[in-house]
Design a protein around this ligand. Structure first.
Ligand SMILES: NC(=O)c1ccc[n+]([C@@H]2O[C@H](COP(=O)([O-])OP(=O)(O)OC[C@H]3O[C@@H](n4cnc5c(N)ncnc54)[C@H](O)[C@@H]3O)[C@@H](O)[C@H]2O)c1
Ligand SMILES: [Zn+2]
Length: 745
């Protein structure tokens, strides 16, 4: 995960230009968030950079200054903190943070600090919140002033925004006098809501949450509507003597201060999904950082790294600070997850279910670890409202493994050559009418619009595996009306097939043979073949394994579906609705003799039994701990209950016997497969390997982490292999793994 941004040495004119560009970009960045509005003078050039580009520029400047200290100018971003000075003097300078970009750089930093202190400090590690720094002054428990960071010495008074910020109460739970510092930001939800509001009020939407928060904050003075924001605190400090009242204990460590903030009613990252870690070694810090990066996309708000700080005030005092940043803390920067690029084309796609979605083709840009060329857009109505244009400079977000998304456009960067995006008049797939009654447009023909694609998908190797039904045959089957939905495949007869072009007896027999075999495919594959909106292969497997039978799946309501790992309150009702729509197709499949059960899968019943067994085991352990005396008192009753339990446990054990990847505690083992398979597993696709793992009671995962139980790899050398070795995770060859699963092969 390391990202090296080595700086380059610039020529003197390039250096001066770089400093000027960085300053202009900063002004923009800390301005209103809607570039154009920040520039009163229309003729002024607007410099908008994404953070990755800005950071690269600053690195180049730093490397150049190291080589030519005499070139350094006062305005260099390496010398000064962020934005413009305001008129409120800070109680103590609001500093920036120095950065590291890799585990090795962090270890070096730790070595340096340990040397300075003469010992390895205890650390607190927390998210680097991607918002704006804010100082909040409380006098005797009442919020009296909010100040931006400004140039670090003087900030701007933004007290007027207080009511819009959650996490910063107007009144603390105790009447203390103190200053709280932290980050004000727009959560993902708040960003979406903010743009809805802005559009409804004929204001320009924000480009992304990070750029939006400056505008949200400043604009709250004159705006007629309120844009809610969120605050997370990361520091408590004393106020000057002019502020009367009881003060907090100044010898508090950082972790204790975070706790105090929580008690006072101020929110911190400790109670956010990001959490905070206290760690005695730099390795433990790194572990938190790795784990935080893995969870980055699921936090609900933007982070651009982690911050590592010495916990004790004594360590901090001894380490001290430079004019720009403290020496007792460091920011571990994550690779950029959003970059600016150009929107080149909008492609309208019709999905398997007939839903029409716009997809953006952008000028290729490296973001979130890969080069992105395509990104999802909002739904068509949003597109029209946002007024996005072809040729716009757009922000592409790719966090974690999720599909890249366009967050917004920098309207101020328009040159006049942009062109409007044309929405389709008719269905781009069949030329038929579009149903625009819902937010998501859909072809009026629904699933039948994309029927050939749906059938192709259903007969593919990962679903029913009817390989002899190729693309041309599917076309013919659909065109002749023999197939009107995916289930019709199972109703095909020899006579019907023989009437088709280029279909002889041998081919027809082959097709029918494969169709016959497909009838006994596991439920998970049939569920995948149905193309239920909101599910794919792995979700279908999870659903099939959880319920065990199609009857149980169809009987499930949204609440029951939500019990399946990965199905949330948004997805569950969609799946229910889809299954209702698909009921006639499912009924056809049932009548055609297609299997409606997941073989060898314990399903929900055993899942419930597992939970009960685990509970019983815990109770027994507790009883044992409570001492024999009490257990004796309940003697008779306990024996009777115990007998029933033992019987249930025996049933469970029998059921689990062919679940070699279920751990003793009933939890699935997490298995990662890498590289080419060999031996008995050589012919299996990755999807088939995943199926096998799940059938064996395990969980397949794409990346190695602390929680991985097993890595399957034919040879060493890959990064997953090395990571597993480092973490001491069991590694098996495909042959060894096949041996472990022999009861299932
Ligand atoms: N795109 C642009 O044009 C542009 C211009 C200027 C700055 N920037 C961005 O701003 C950043 C650089 O500016 P910077 O000086 O604020 O440095 P920084 O963001 O690298 O680090 C310091 C800041 O981190 C914040 N922070 C978040 N979580 C924190 C935590 N848990 N503990 C302590 N502080 C925390 C605070 O606001 C603090 O002031 C970079 O990310 C840069 O990309 C971008
Ligand atoms: Zn259509």
């Amino acid at each position: 995960m390391s990202q090296t941004i080595a700086g380059r040495t610039l020529s003197r004119p390039d250096y001066e230009q770089a400093v000027a560009t960085a300053r202009a970009a900063s002004t923009q960045y800390y301005g209103t968030g809607e570039a154009a509005d920040a520039v009163a003078d229309e003729s002024a050039e607007v410099t908008v950079l994404d953070d990755a580009t800005y950071d690269q520029l600053v690195r180049d400047i730093a490397v150049t200054e190291a080589e030519h200290p005499e070139w350094q100018v006062q305005a260099s971003p390496t010398q000064v903190v962020g934005g413009d000075a305001g008129d409120v003097e800070h109680s103590a300078p609001m500093l920036s943070l120095d950065n590291v970009f890799s585990a090795a750089e962090l270890a070096d930093w730790h070595a340096g600090l340990s040397k300075r202190l003469g010992r390895g400090p205890r650390y607190v590690a927390e998210p680097k919140l991607d918002g704006l720094a804010l100082a909040a002054r409380y006098r005797q428990g009442a919020l009296v002033q909010l100040i931006t960071r400004g140039d670090g010495v003087h900030g701007e008074d933004v007290t007027f925004a207080a009511a819009a910020i959650s996490g910063l109460p107007a009144q603390l739970s105790r009447p203390l006098t103190l200053e709280v510092r932290g980050e004000v930001m727009l959560t993902d939800e708040q960003f979406a809501a903010a743009n809805e509001l802005r559009l409804a009020n004929a204001d320009r939407p924000f480009v992304n949450p990070r750029n939006g928060v400056a505008g949200a904050l400043r604009g709250s003075k004159d705006r007629t509507y309120v844009i809610p924001m969120t605050f997370f605190a990361y520091q408590v400090l004393a106020l000057p003597e002019t502020y009367p009242g009881e003060r907090p204990d100044e010898s508090l460590g950082y972790s204790a201060a975070i706790e105090l903030l929580g008690e006072l009613g101020v929110s911190t990252a400790a109670t956010s999904p990001a959490r905070i870690a206290v760690a005695d070694t730099i390795e433990a810090v790194q572990e938190y950082i790795d784990e935080l990066l893995a969870r980055r996309a699921d936090l609900g708000f933007g982070i651009d790294g982690a911050v590592v700080k010495a916990d004790s005030p004594a360590d901090r005092a001894q380490a001290g600070s430079s004019s720009r940043a403290p020496r007792w803390g460091i920011a571990f920067k994550f690779p950029a997850d959003s970059r600016l690029t150009t929107l080149e084309e909008v492609i309208w796609q019709v999905g398997r279910t007939g839903v029409i979605t716009p997809r953006a083709r952008v000028k290729p840009v490296f973001v979130g670890g890969t080069t992105v060329t395509y990104a999802t857009l909002h739904n068509p109505n949003d597109l029209a409202r946002q007024g996005l244009m072809l040729g716009d400079t757009v922000m592409v977000l790719r966090a974690g493994e999720v599909i890249p998304r366009i967050e917004g456009a920098v309207v101020s960067a328009r040159t006049g050559s942009e062109t409007p995006i044309e929405a389709p008049e008719v269905c781009p797939n069949c030329g038929g009418e579009i149903d625009r009654s819902q937010e998501r447009w859909r072809c009026r023909r629904g699933r039948t619009c994309a029927l050939p694609q749906a059938v192709r998908y259903a007969v593919a190797r990962d679903c029913w595996d009817i390989e002899s039904v190729g693309e041309k045959l599917v076309r013919q089957l659909v065109d002749t009306g023999l197939v009107t939905d995916v289930a019709d495949v199972f109703a095909l007869t020899q006579e019907q097939l023989l009437e088709l072009d280029r279909m002889g007896r041998t081919s027809a027999a082959k097709v029918l043979g494969e169709i016959e075999k497909a009838k006994s495919q596991p439920l998970a594959r049939t569920l995948t073949a149905l193309g239920v909106r909101g599910t794919g292969r792995s979700m279908s497997r999870r659903i099939a394994r959880w319920f065990g039978s199609m009857d149980d799946i169809q009987a499930a309501d949204a609440a029951a579906l939500e019990e399946v790992d990965g199905i949330g309150p948004e997805k569950a009702p969609v799946i229910v609705e889809e299954l209702i729509e698909l009921a006639p197709v499912i009924e056809k499949l049932r009548r055609a003799g297609v299997s409606m059960a997941e073989p060898g899968v314990p399903g929900r019943v055993v899942a419930a039994e597992r939970a009960a067994a685990a509970e019983r085991a815990a109770e027994r352990a507790a009883a044992a701990a409570a001492g024999d005396a009490e257990a004796d008192a309940d003697g008779a009753a306990a024996t009777a209950v115990g007998a029933v339990d033992d019987e249930a446990d025996a049933t469970l054990a029998a059921l689990l016997a062919d679940q070699p990847l279920t751990a003793a505690n009933g939890k699935p083992m997490s298995v990662v497969v890498t590289g080419k398979m060999t031996g008995p597993l050589a012919a299996l696709s990755r999807n088939e390997m995943n199926e096998l793992i799940e059938r064996a009671g395990g969980k397949s995962s794409g990346s190695v982490s602390k929680t991985t139980s097993l890595l399957v790899a034919a040879e060493g050398g890959s990064s997953k292999y090395k990571k597993a070795q480092d973490l001491g995770i069991t590694i098996e060859t495909p042959e060894q793994f096949a041996e472990r699963l022999k009861s299932l092969l």
